[in-house]
Structures are given as C-alpha cells and as structure tokens.
Design a protein around this ligand. Structure first.
Ligand code: G6P
Length: 485
C-alpha cells in the first residue's frame, strides 16, 4: 500500500527515536521551554542533519497533551504524544521491563504482559504513521533502538518508497534467550521491514540472523537475509532482502578532547581532587543507575579490597556517580536500595573522619563536570554485566589528552571489542576484578600512558561522525531497491 501523495511530507531525512533530542523543562513560574538533551545520538544526528531538510520524530518525555511540531536549529521536531497508560505499558513496561532485561542476558527476569505488548504495538504504529506523514518521496529514514522494533515493517507498509534503516544501541540476545519472548516472530518481522539493520557487535548481528533463521525460516548469504513476508500482509509478496552489519557507535572525540583541555575543566579537576582530600588514587565510577552496569559487583570488589587492607582511605577513595534512571520501574528501585545499603556498609566499616571510602552521588552532571571528573580520576571502573557499547569508557579516553589515567573495562561491553588496551575484566569474578583494579592502580606510568594513547588513537579515528557516515553509506548500499513508482 502507498499512501496518497498529498499525505507525504517534505523531509528528505527523518530520524525516529523513542526520545526527541530536547527535553521539556518547566520553570518555577509554571512556563515551559525546550532544552537540548545531552547525549551522543543528538550530536551524531546533528552533524548529518545539518544542511538537509530533516525531521526528528520522538516522544517529548512526559505523558501529556498534544504538542505541535516545531523547528529547532533548522530541524523539524515532531513530538509523539504518549498517554500515562502508554508510558506505563509501552515505555516502562514492554521497553524497560520486558525487552531491556531480555536483551541484557536476563540479569533480572523479564516480565511478559499482553497489555504491555498491545501498548507497544499501538505506539510503534503511531511512530510509523508520523514518519509516513513527514517523509518526502524517496526519503531516508533512520530508526533507533529497541523501543521501535516494529516501526520498519509498519512504515514500509505505508510507504514502500522509503529507504529504511534501524540501529540497535543495545545487545541483541542469543536465540536461546530471545526465544522466550511470546511475540518473538512479530518482532523479527517488524525489523525485517528495514533495508539495513545495524548492530554494535558482530555477535549481535549473528544472533539476529540466527533468530530469523530458526524462528522464521529465512535464508541468509553473507550479511544479507532473504525472506518472503507475504503471509503477514505487512510486506509485499516479493521476497525481501535485508542487510545486517556491525557499526559500533562512538562519541564526538574532538569536542570531548577540546572541552577537557580548557583551563576551566582543568581547574575544576584539581578542585575535585582537593575536595576529596588530594588522595593518592581516585577510583571513579559513572553510570546510569541500572542493574546492567555491574555497580553491585564493583562495590563488592571495592569493599573486599578495603577489608583486605589492600587499599585504605584517605589514600584511596572511590567516587561513584549514579545517574537517576527509570525510577518508577521496580527493578531500578530495588537496585537503588541495594546500592544505598552497600555504600552505607562500606563507609560504616572502612571510612574514618576525613577519610571517606566511597563518595556516592545520585545525580546527573553536565558535560563540563563529567570532563573534570574524568581528569580527576586515576582509574575509571566500567564493569557492566552486559552493555551494548558503553560510551562512558570512550568519553574517559577522549578526556585524557594528558595520556594519564587507566581504564578497567568489562569484557561484556561493546567497547571492549575496540579498547583492547584497557584492563579487561570479568565482573562476575570478584577475585579477578580485585586483581585487575590493583593492577590498574599499580601500572608503571610509561606503560599506562602507552595504553591510553593507543585507545585515544582508536576513538579519535572511529568517532561518532565516522559512525554515522559508515551507517548511512551502508544503508544507501543496501541490496533492496525501494519501490519508487
Ligand atoms: C540506553 C538506550 C537508549 C535510552 C537510554 C536512556 O542508552 O539504548 O535508547 O534512551 O538508555 O534510557 P531512557 O529510558 O531514560 O531513555
């Protein structure tokens, strides 16, 4: 089916993501305004959208009333409205209590609820309809992440003239886990509506291809999956081909590097160290407060290191920053209580007056402060149990223009595939994690510097702009030709 031409829009490039690149901020006097959201995706998309007629379709972040489309920095922002029920069902429920844990190795048990699935289908349909309305004939559409997996096929059914790509920011699980999902075939069919699917690691792309083969009976040759979706009525009767590839996301190296070199950030880094009592070693953790990040395993290792006497405050201190996240979801509330308890216990046992073992802050911070924190840290601890990429590790590397610092990095992150000079660890192995933290602290400065400089070269040459270019050229080259009658 092709929608009538008068229903088509004028934008040649359309991005769709669960969130818009702006947040609505309510002032003290009750008025509201839009503020750019921090984050790599916004920066990457900004660079490719400038100079094009471009639109971004996404949720404005609150349950609420209709917001008319508006322009910002030359980009048309098209808000999707979610009711309070849809925030519960589509966002908190299906996206974050079903898909998120299922795609992250079932670290907590995923919940399968039919009403959440219905809400997910409804909201994905709303996204597809909104994109169909704003996209110009033959436009390129780039859909992001696990919240919008049905959009590719729904959109193709409305607009077969579009070139449609999807990128998965999180892992794609092995079929042995993915197979738990009661709606597993519908999700795969949704994704196969795209011309091109990008993944963070080759294992994610392989897991997806295997799931399609086992659950839908598709065939594949090289990176191209072929299937006939005629029975769904969603995709034309012709066999379709979808290409998959590994396109690991990155950060804006240059802007992070430049920011970290500014006198203000350098001064602030010294100030942070002084406020901590100028310890010999500052260990740092910065994560969204999420059970995938391995914060509890990290605290366990730190607690034992203090207990063993291998480290002691005030010479060594851990600064743990946990950014509030998904606070209405019960697994996140449980995690917060557990982390609060662990930190309290470590400090009760191992702090003294003027000698705090763990400084724990449940806040989010602007980029400038993050850059200063990175500069102030001798060792960054990135210990997720599973993580699609982990951009904090790359931001740390980009901030260390001085070649200082050491990175302890979990093998279960996408970043570990690229940053092989980090101190790699298995966060489940507490004894191994303790040894790795000590090794990172004790590394000779010359070899620590060599590691850091090698990681900087990698992130500099594979930055977010290279990622977006690589993704878009793969999408353009995808085998299936859009239907441009
Ligand atoms: C991960 C996901 C993103 C998501 C972000 C923050 O990075 O891949 O899609 O936007 O977490 O989570 P939130 O639920 O607050 O959007």
């Amino acid at each position: 089916m092709v929608v009538a031409s008068e229903a088509r829009g004028t934008f040649d490039f359309v991005v769709a993501a669960n969130r818009l690149p702006v947040d609505r901020v309510t002032e003290a006097d009750g008025t509201s305004r839009w503020q750019a959201s921090p984050g790599g995706l916004v920066t990457a998309m900004d660079a490719v959208m400038q100079g094009q007629s471009a639109a971004w379709v996404g949720w404005a972040g609150d349950p609420g009333e209709d917001v008319a489309p508006f322009d910002r920095d030359g980009i048309r922002l098209h808000p999707i409205v979610l009711t309070a029920d849809e925030v519960r069902g589509y966002y908190e429920g299906f996206s974050n209590e079903t898909l998120w844990p299922l795609y992250h190795d079932v670290i907590v048990p995923p919940r399968y609820r039919r009403s959440w699935w219905a809400s997910y289908q409804r909201v994905n349909t709303r996204f597809a309809e909104a994109i169909a309305k704003v996209a110009a004939p033959g436009a390129t559409v780039w859909i992001h992440d696990y919240q919008l997996q049905l959009v590719p096929a729904l959109l193709r059914a409305l607009r077969s003239d579009l070139r449609i790509g999807w990128f998965n920011h999180i892992p794609f699980p092995p079929v042995e886990l993915f197979g738990q999902l009661p709606w597993r075939r519908a999700v795969l069919r949704g994704l196969l509506g795209a011309d091109f699917l990008g993944f963070q690691r080759s294992n994610d792309a392989a897991n997806f291809t295997r799931a399609c083969h086992q659950l839908l009976g598709t065939s594949s040759s090289g990176d191209t999956i072929t299937w006939s979706g005629a029975e769904d009525g969603l995709i034309g009767a012709e066999p379709r081909r979808t290409r998959t590839a590994t396109v690991p996301i990155s950060i804006d190296f240059r802007s992070m590097d430049e920011l970290a070199r500014t006198p203000e950030v350098r001064r602030r880094a010294r100030e942070i160290r002084a406020s901590l009592g100028n310890p010999q070693t500052v260990l740092l953790g910065i994560d969204r407060l999420d059970y995938t990040k391995g914060i509890r395993h990290r605290l366990r290792a730190i607690s034992e290191l203090f207990g063993d006497g291998a480290i002691a405050a005030p010479e060594v201190t851990l600064l743990q920053i946990a950014t509030p996240s998904r606070e209405r979801v019960s697994a996140y509330q449980d995690l917060r209580s557990q982390v609060d308890g662990q930190v309290g216990r470590i400090n009760g046992d191992h702090s003294g007056i003027g000698a705090t073992a763990v400084h724990y802050l449940h806040h989010s911070y602007p980029k400038e402060e993050m850059a200063a924190l990175f500069q102030a840290a001798d060792v960054l601890l990135v210990t997720p149990l599973r993580d699609g990429m982990n951009l904090v590790a790359k931001e740390y590397v980009a901030s260390r223009w001085d070649g200082g610092g050491a990175l302890v990095l979990s093998e279960f992150t996408g970043a570990a595939q690229e940053l092989s000079q980090a101190f790699l660890c298995n966060p489940h192995d507490i004894a191994g994690l303790k040894e790795t933290i000590l090794a990172a602290m004790r590394e000779e400065p010359a070899s620590a510097r060599k590691r850091m400089l090698a990681m900087r070269r990698r992130v500099r040459s594979h930055d977010v702009h290279a990622w977006a270019r690589h993704y878009l050229s793969a999408l353009e080259a995808a085998p299936q030709k859009p239907n441009r009658r």
